[in-house]
Design a binder for this molecule. Structure first.
Ligand SMILES: NC(=O)c1ccc[n+]([C@@H]2O[C@H](COP(=O)([O-])OP(=O)(O)OC[C@H]3O[C@@H](n4cnc5c(N)ncnc54)[C@H](O)[C@@H]3O)[C@@H](O)[C@H]2O)c1
Length: 260
């Protein structure tokens, strides 16, 4: 882990920070001296990730927050600003998926996925953006997915939530640009951590799933959590000062490809 000071004095909330890409992003930002607040519903894992970062000498806290509950999101932002004195960045990584075709998606699953994956980032931006603006501006990074831009059988609710999230990002970017808050969305394909690996392992034959996915990928490999984390760190940095309203693909050219 690097030990830079690029983000010294800055504070980020990372939803979904207890697992997968959220935890990797937290470690990456903290390694450059950002104070990271992991917000998740999985208290045990979230506390453990924050403990590991603190033991490595980095700045990290965990706070339980269900991103679908407006009161919990508002309380999270208030408590971070009160304890840390500022809020500079919001990373929305919390998400869920179920595998079901449109015809097989239950009403409850549809609502649950849209609530976590779309309403969650809406509520987080609604409450965090004013605090970020008050602190002089900063960056919001939403975790989208290549499935927000291309279809894949079995992901109708997830794909719909991620497609809508891209447009919500654009709205947030144009409405808050003058306040100094940049909003972008990174769009990974299958990576070596988190939801994809959980899905692959749940099939009982993860190697076969990884082989199928990598064979169909233009770069013939999975993305890495390091690649996602480095891109999020760049979007939080001064080098990205004029980048807002953008979808950054992290998919090895997958969404660019047309299969004949
Ligand atoms: N891992 C991949 O291959 C991949 C690919 C494309 C996009 N993504 C996106 O990246 C992001 C991170 O995914 P991941 O793979 O790390 O998943 P993950 O399952 O490892 O982590 C998601 C985290 O979100 C938390 N969470 C779920 N519901 C919540 C809620 N209501 N409130 C607060 N926290 C909640 C979970 O407890 C978990 O810690 C997601 O937005 C996902 O859609 C991941």
């Amino acid at each position: 882990m690097s030990s830079g000071t690029e983000f010294k004095g800055q504070v980020a909330i990372i939803t979904g920070g207890a697992s997968g890409l959220g935890a990797a992003i937290a470690a990456r930002l903290a390694s450059d001296a950002m104070h990271v607040v992991l917000a998740d519903t999985d208290e045990e894992r979230g506390q453990s990730v924050a403990d590991d970062l603190r033991e490595a000498g980095l700045g990290a806290d965990y706070e339980t927050c269900d991103v679908t509950q407006e009161g919990e999101v508002a309380a999270l932002v208030d408590s971070v600003v009160e304890r840390q004195g500022t809020l500079n960045h919001l990373i929305c990584s919390a998400a869920i998926e179920t595998r079901a075709s449109l015809l097989d998606t239950s009403n409850d699953d549809w609502q649950r996925i849209l609530d976590v994956n779309l309403k969650g980032p809406f509520l987080c931006m609604k409450h965090a953006i004013p605090a970020i603006a008050n602190g002089g501006g900063g960056s919001v990074v939403l975790l989208g997915s290549v499935l927000g831009f291309i279809g894949q059988p079995g992901y109708s609710a997830y794909s719909a939530s991620k497609g809508a999230l891209a447009n919500l990002m654009k709205q947030a970017a144009i409405e808050n640009a003058a306040a100094g808050v940049r909003v972008n969305l990174v769009s990974p394909s299958a990576t070596d951590t988190g939801l994809f690996m959980k899905m692959a392992e749940a099939t009982g034959n993860p190697e076969a799933i990884i082989d199928m996915v990598t064979r169909n990928s233009p770069m013939r490999r999975l993305g890495t959590s390091q690649e996602v984390s480095d891109t999020v760190a760049f979007l939080c940095s001064p080098g990205a000062a004029y980048i807002s309203g953008a979808v950054i693909p992290l998919d090895g050219a997958m969404a660019a490809r047309r299969i004949v």
